[in-house]
Design a protein around this ligand. Structure first.
Ligand SMILES: Cc1cc2nc3c(=O)[nH]c(=O)nc-3n(C[C@H](O)[C@H](O)[C@H](O)COP(=O)(O)OP(=O)(O)OC[C@H]3O[C@@H](n4cnc5c(N)ncnc54)[C@H](O)[C@@H]3O)c2cc1C
Length: 626
């Protein structure tokens, strides 16, 4: 019998007929030439309406007078996302729908085992979700609001005196400017660290399930301190995550920032009072609309360079595919092209435009304009999970306003892979972040993450472990000059054995937590899921068993960044401290790809912070130009 996988995907006759009809209509329209072929000119062209692109568009349009902005987004408008997808409880389903995800996969990787380097082990190829929709990943993400630690940003700043603008004291101003925190009765310390007037809504979780409150008790039994603000003075401890939701719904950066940007529509110079002509007639002296123009389903192909000054690599515009054809958009004299395509695609667009590693570009017949280590320094938080069966009913009804992972623990890993001790719980540079969630275990969903899941449906408690300060570094490379083919992604998870020992220590702690009362008593937890189904929570496991467990159940932390690193050019940098691409003019990259070091927490807010700060740098440069 033919399986689904062995059946070649055939286009139905009706698909090809409809495509032909559509193409014919475009050809007819073009022959009649109903529209003038005009060049589009903008002060700023932003590539990608993700977290960074949305913040940047809003901050630029309100802060720089009389500019216009074009935002090109390859995915659909967020209005296509129906209410279920905006419901936090649907998070697990949202992030791999073909309409709103690029559908990327990472490459399978072989490497020496961490415990026994004489044995070869595999990192399998798993899905690598990336939002392809207005709002980008903020429209599909898990909504946890985290910033990372002060020390992360101080590392960014330590790269040279001009990088001081990226130290924590500078970054926190931007974090606060963006944030609209809804915590009820915040104390003075909370007020010191948070903002209440920004456009990104952040709130504490709504009431959670009883079993989640008992997770806190179990953690306290182990000596883990309570923390009422993971974004406050200390990150370590057990507590609740704040999240980016409002009125029970997901709140993306498009909801907060892009929507606000679209409200500003003026003309420059301003319109005169209506004359005799038709309403809203623009007089001859009106040169442009001061507004943000967003095109969705617009896939950017490459940067257009000034061919008259070849050696200077001056970006003058963008080539993009839209509405069945290739279009050009250009920047005005003081303008800039700003790439906000995210960690994979920003690197890809630069490489397709001749900026990247010489060998990889030449292998793909792309002319090298500037050799830079674009695509190197791929960072992420490798992750694992542990699922325990909960025999006592714990999910009375679905909380649609929650992603199901309201609580967590942040701690320092034990470098030898042992259960962390009390000192490690108190360490103020923790490197493990856990999410604890209760849900109904569905083998079909589990099968997306690891092979041969247990067959029965039941209520479970799941703990997800992220390694927040990894030492393994991955890379990506082009395998084609076709802009519609994904680059190859090699995360190199656990290449450095230390990373594996650290996540092992987090897994061992997770098991210890599940053995604690009230989880073991009130909720009767006795089994966790191992390869052969539900097994006793006390089952003996060697470090090699743990390595196998980790390699089978790992998934990317979804916090990938770093492929267009901000650093001095002599230290593998691709952009400078003002996010300008080395060896080019009028070109910046503003998104997760510029992070030199991955922050130790989820990175949506850090990306928004970078975009907010970048808008100030761009404004300064715009005002000082000419
Ligand atoms: C499944 C998942 C869960 C996550 N959970 C959390 C979480 O709970 N908390 C948290 O803080 N972070 C989370 N993150 C991470 C965070 O959301 C992202 O790191 C962040 O949104 C990235 O922002 P960005 O602007 O760099 O890129 P993106 O938001 O990815 O934006 C890039 C945009 O550019 C567009 N684009 C790309 N190429 C082109 C092209 N050629 N032409 C036109 N447009 C293009 C894309 O379609 C996209 O809209 C999660 C991420 C994922 C994928």
């Amino acid at each position: 019998m033919e399986t689904l996988l062995s059946t070649p995907i055939k286009e139905s006759k009706i698909d090809t007929e409809i495509r032909d009809l559509w193409l014919e209509s475009i050809r007819n329209r073009d022959q009649r030439q109903p529209f003038k072929k005009t060049n589009e000119f903008y002060d700023f062209i932003i590539v990608g309406a993700g977290t960074a692109g949305c913040v940047l568009a809003r901050e630029l349009i309100y802060n720089i007078p009389n500019i216009n902005i074009l935002v090109l987004e390859a995915g659909p408008p967020a209005t296509q996302i129906n209410d279920i997808m905006r419901s936090p409880c649907a998070f697990g389903l949202v992030h791999r729908t073909s309409e709103t995800d690029w559908g990327y996969f990472m490459e399978e990787q072989k490497m020496p085992g961490a415990i026994d380097p004489t044995k070869e082990v595999f990192n399998k190829s798993v899905a690598y979700p990336r939002g392809k929709v207005i709002g980008g990943c903020s429209t599909i993400n898990g909504m946890a609001y985290m910033r990372g630690q002060k020390a992360d940003y101080d590392l960014w700043a330590a790269q040279g005196p001009e990088y001081e603008i990226w130290d924590f004291d500078h970054c926190i101003e931007a974090f606060k400017a963006i944030e609209n925190n809804a915590r009820e009765n915040p104390d003075e310390e909370f007020k010191k660290y948070h903002g209440f007037n920004g456009l990104l809504h952040v709130r504490d979780p709504y009431d959670s399930y009883d079993i989640m409150k008992d997770v806190i008790k179990a953690a306290k039994n182990l000596g883990i301190p309570y923390n009422n603000d993971f974004n406050g003075v200390k990150q370590n401890g057990v507590g609740a995550y704040q999240c980016t939701t409002k009125d029970g719904h997901r709140f993306s950066l498009a909801d907060g920032y892009l929507n606000d940007a679209l409200k500003k529509v003026e003309t420059y110079p301003p319109l005169k009072p209506l004359g005799l002509g038709p309403p809203h007639e623009l007089g001859d002296d009106v040169t442009k609309f001061v507004a943000v123009n967003v095109k969705s389903f617009a896939h950017v192909l490459n940067i257009i360079w000034d061919e008259e000054k070849k050696d200077e690599n001056i970006a003058i515009g963008i080539k993009y595919f839209y509405d069945g054809g290739v279009h050009d958009a250009f920047i005005a004299p003081k303008g800039e092209v700003i790439i906000c395509g995210g960690v994979i695609n920003s690197a890809q667009i630069l490489m397709l435009s001749g900026i990247g590693p010489k060998n990889n570009l030449e292998e793909n017949n792309i002319k090298v304009r500037k050799e830079l280590p674009v695509g190197c320094n791929l960072l992420d938080h490798p992750s694992s999970c542990m699922t325990a069966k909960v025999p006592v009913p714990s999910v009375p009804q679905l909380n649609y306003w929650s992603n199901g992972f309201d609580y967590g623990i942040i701690h320092k890993a034990n470098v030898e892979g042992k259960i962390p001790n009390k000192e490690e719980f108190l360490d103020e540079r923790p490197d493990i972040q856990m999410f604890v969630g209760t849900n109904v275990y569905d083998p079909n969903i589990a099968a997306r993450f690891y092979p041969n899941p247990t067959e029965e449906k039941c209520e479970v408690l799941t703990i997800i472990q992220f390694l927040n300060i990894p030492s393994s570094v991955g890379y990506l490379e082009l395998c084609s000059s076709n802009p519609f083919i994904q680059p190859k992604i090699f995360p190199n998870f656990y290449k450095n054995p230390n990373d594996l020992y650290k996540i092992m220590s987090a897994l061992k702690l997770s098991r210890e937590l599940l053995k604690q009362p009230p989880l073991s008593t009130v909720w009767g937890i006795k089994e966790i899921e191992l390869d052969n189904g539900w097994s006793s929570i006390d089952k003996e496991m060697s470090d090699e068993d743990w390595e196998q467990y980790i390699r089978k159940r790992f998934f990317p932390g979804y916090h990938s960044c770093g492929t267009v690193k901000m650093a001095p050019e002599t230290q593998e940098g691709c952009v400078n401290h003002r996010l300008q691409v080395y060896g080019t003019k009028n070109l910046r990259v503003v998104d997760a790809s510029i992070f030199p070091v991955v922050p130790s927490g989820n990175i949506n807010a850090p990306v928004a912070m970078v975009a907010w700060k970048a808008s100030r740098l761009i404004e300064e440069d715009y005002v000082n130009k000419f």
